[in-house]
Design a binder for this molecule. Sequence first.
Ligand SMILES: Cc1ncc(C[n+]2csc(CCOP(=O)(O)OP(=O)(O)O)c2C)c(N)n1
Ligand code: SF4
Length: 335
Amino acid sequence: MAKLVDIVQRESCFQPGSALCPGCMEGMAFQNIGKLTDNGRKTIFTLGTFCGEVSTLQYPTPVAWGRGERTPDDWTKSFGVIHHVFESAPTVAEGIRDMADLLATTGALPGPVQVCALSGDGGALAIGLRPLLHTIARRTRIVIFVMVNEIYANTGFQYSPTTSIGAETSTTPATETVPGNFMPPIDYIGLAVTAGAGLVAQVSPAFPKYFCRVVEAALACSTTAVLFIPSPCITGWKYEDGTTITLARLGCETGFFPCFLKEEGRPGQLKFVELDPGKRPAIEEFMGPQRRFHHLVRKSPETGSFEARPGREQIFSQIRASIQQRLESLTRLTV
Ligand SMILES: Cc1ncc(C[n+]2csc(CCOP(=O)(O)OP(=O)(O)O)c2C)c(N)n1
Ligand code: SF4
């Protein structure tokens, strides 16, 4: 692995000027991915429709992707980005991979190409689940990044298949009798492993060294690598400015978004989270600062810490059980 100190000095292909909300985790992830892909290969990204696309490529907003207005003389610094229909990032990336491999056999390319697909969790796991699974099943040599913010953010914060139990979204409103979303999130990591991906991980820039190590491994993978990046959404989750990284860390440590890595043929790992619930921070610490959970959590008038609102104990048991079940099933996948 390249040294962290060298990686941070590389030039990112994601530049300032996007219209992502200040504090959006997607911007932080793209900055880092942009540096990690500056690795001696030409990079081509395919972007489905999601915040990471509409807020970075839409005219007249400055285009945030690339390294200047003209193609750099150095092939390895050159960069391509393609926006296509919502659900097709893996499929379009697969077509580019095939074409690049074909051109390489004719000697038409001056150097190696790496292809990455980027989309939101709605794009990848709802409407785009079929393209995702079939691209994985074909063992296509691409890296698929999925930004998991648990909602369809850019179209109005609707529920997505990854939404946590109890979260309020614009299509799962919280009322006296309905506690927001009541469906457990889809097992997206299990699906990607089962479909046959060469590498599956859930990683966050909140754990920078681990993030860099795993993205580098994904870029070196000889088949499909799928990286899920939990993406706290300041506008949709409704939390205070300046707390994105804290929430991302807590999201992992409380078990909502455990860091995970499984490479084909090797034992996997569950990172930065304890399997024993007694050793994890309370889930209220993660939920409390987010207004999407305010119908469930409040600040205790006595202690000032976050606690379950009276009468909401049943939904808390469901959330805890769902987290424990997820961690145990991920642990089984590490074998
Ligand atoms: C076939 C089709 N259906 C619906 C839409 C509208 N649409 C565009 S983006 C989007 C939701 C994207 O959600 P997600 O992938 O989670 O990304 P986020 O906005 O959260 O970043 C929807 C419903 C579309 N563009 N195409
Ligand atoms: S709405 Fe959420 S995901 Fe979209 S740019 Fe804002 S913070 Fe990021």
